[in-house]
Design a protein around this ligand. Structure first.
Ligand SMILES: *[C@@H]1O[C@H](CO)[C@@H](O)[C@H](O)[C@H]1NC(C)=O
Ligand SMILES: *[C@@H]1O[C@H](CO)[C@@H](O)[C@H](O)[C@H]1NC(C)=O
Ligand SMILES: *[C@@H]1O[C@H](CO)[C@@H](O)[C@H](O)[C@H]1NC(C)=O
Ligand SMILES: *[C@@H]1O[C@H](CO)[C@@H](O)[C@H](O)[C@H]1NC(C)=O
Length: 456
């Protein structure tokens, strides 16, 4: 008993004294909280004042006044009075149909295990009543609501998903930021009075489990004070044990420092990565925010989205899929359909996605568009082959698996065993898919074969 107690006390004080220093060496050594790698799929919500013009992209203000784009300048000239300012859009950000519980349930129904909401984009408008964004926040102008707080509450009340927040460090036109920039980032007034106070406020008020930082690239992490913030986040914050952060913490950081690597937008390297990573991408090929003038062919099909999810997970990544809500607070039916389709597919095939690990092969050695994942149990290992294309003659000849006399094959969503033979020369496996009708087809778009008893 005494020994046990002593051990316990030593162990406890050891765990308690694990503190991260504000250096990359220390912060990068923190193990990523386990929930994130299990989750595999999240929904990204890109919503802000740019959802009012809903034209071109969420970079609208910049494309109008920063580095003008002809289409945006023309659009403003044709449709708005000459003295109209970007700030005038805020009054039109009405969000009257915003029903955060409906959103939360819709996102959960997509099979997502986490949701990341944009709390502030480069325009600087905060989607919560920030003390540090006078008159440029969702409580003071526009919706007169706490858009962040309402979704946080709904996600927690109605779903099992984790709630996360996107936050832009810089702001295109903030005079305090521009003044720091003019000083060659020797001054840190913007970081001291805006970026950092906002980040602490967000974490303390909403306790997000993802901090998805962005807008960092013009200055280095010393200017942003990033390592001091992360040390607080990991040591002392109310979410210190569960929080995951990305890698956009200053020029030179992405793909190098931080929590999971988000690297560049739509990052999908197609091969196994050493460090946990995320593919943040969009359903609309051209925009993270809603576009009123989008055409149907601008959106990824469900087959294309599944190809992103499956290849990403096979190579050790998570997929964060972006939807852009409207200024009314609605999610357009096209986005809704893609979310529902992801959910439909994941309900049949999720066993080969959630909680899996990369296998020795990521894609097949012979057949194109076949990706692998695996799950190691106490006694057996399940290997999943996910096909993005239906094979000719219902026969798929995979090159990578090495069979044994114990090998079994199942098709997810199909009740019976599937027959197989070892491939030519004792290599690979030939799977004879049972003849399926529209009624017995477990799911269209992509198909998962679960193999046990392989030698590799
Ligand atoms: C939100 O705005 C209302 C009305 O202007 C105000 O009474 C309230 O204090 C504000 N809430 C916060 C958290 O700032
Ligand atoms: C980071 O930027 C600051 C200016 O804000 C500069 O003084 C410093 O040398 C830079 N550090 C590195 C490692 O480049
Ligand atoms: C950077 O963080 C440290 C530790 O929290 C703090 O003492 C310092 O004032 C911060 N500097 C700026 C510019 O925010
Ligand atoms: C598997 O992926 C690798 C790396 O992306 C690629 O070079 C190779 O062609 C793929 N194999 C097949 C059979 O498509």
């Amino acid at each position: 008993m005494a020994t046990y107690l002593v051990c316990f006390v030593i162990l406890f004080s050891f765990v308690n004294s694990l503190k991260y220093d504000p250096t990359w060496e220390s912060l990068d050594a923190r193990p990523l909280p386990g929930w994130y790698d299990e989750a595999k799929f999240g929904v990204f919500v890109n919503w802000g004042i740019y959802s009012v013009p809903a034209f071109s992209s969420e970079w609208f203000w910049w494309q109008w006044k920063g580095q003008p784009m002809r289409a945006v300048v023309d659009y403003m000239q044709k449709n708005y009075r000459p003295d109209f300012t970007y700030a005038d859009f805020a009054a039109m950000f009405t969000t009257e149909f915003y029903d955060p519980e409906e959103w939360a349930e819709m996102f959960q129904d997509s099979g997502a295990k986490y949701v990341v909401l944009s709390s502030k984009h480069h325009e600087g408008y905060t989607m919560w009543p920030s003390k540090y964004s006078f008159n440029w926040n969702s409580n003071a102008t526009g919706p007169k609501r706490d858009l962040v707080g309402e979704l946080a509450a709904a996600v927690r009340a109605k779903t099992q998903m984790k709630f996360g927040l996107y936050h832009s460090m810089f702001e295109w036109f903030n005079p305090v930021y521009l003044n720091d920039k003019d000083s060659g980032f020797k001054k840190q007034d913007f970081v001291r009075t805006k970026t950092m106070p906002e980040l602490y406020e967000l974490v303390n008020a909403y306790q997000p489990e993802v901090i998805w930082s962005d807008g960092d690239w013009e200055a280095n992490d010393t200017y942003w004070n990033s390592t001091n913030f992360l040390a607080w986040l990991y040591n002392e914050s109310p979410v210190k044990d569960t929080i995951v952060a990305n890698d956009r913490w200053g020029h030179g950081c992405p793909c190098k420092h931080g929590g999971f690597f988000s690297c560049t937008d739509r990052y999908n390297p197609g091969k196994l990565q050493k460090h946990k990573w995320e593919n943040a991408m969009t359903i609309d090929k051209f925009s993270w925010g809603f576009r009123r003038n989008a055409r149907i062919e601008d959106f990824l099909t469900i087959e294309q989205l599944l190809s992103q999810l499956i290849s990403t997970v096979s190579c050790g990544g998570n997929l964060l899929m972006s939807v852009g809500p409207t200024k009314y607070g609605t999610i357009s039916p096209l986005y809704q359909e893609r979310l529902r389709q992801m959910g439909q597919w994941l309900r049949v095939n999720g066993d080969g996605i959630y909680g899996t690990r990369p296998w020795v092969h990521q894609n097949d050695t012979v057949v194109k568009n076949v990706w692998y994942t695996m799950k190691k149990g106490a006694t057996e290992t399940d290997v999943y082959a996910i096909l993005l294309e239906w094979p000719d003659n219902n026969l798929v000849k995979l090159g990578a698996p090495i069979t044994s006399s114990d090998t079994t094959v199942n098709m997810l969503g199909y009740p019976d065993k599937v027959t197989w033979t070892t491939g030519a020369g004792g290599k690979g496996i030939n799977i004879q898919i049972p003849p399926l009708s529209v009624k017995t087809m477990p799911c269209k778009w992509a198909w998962t074969f679960k193999m046990t008893g392989l030698q590799n």
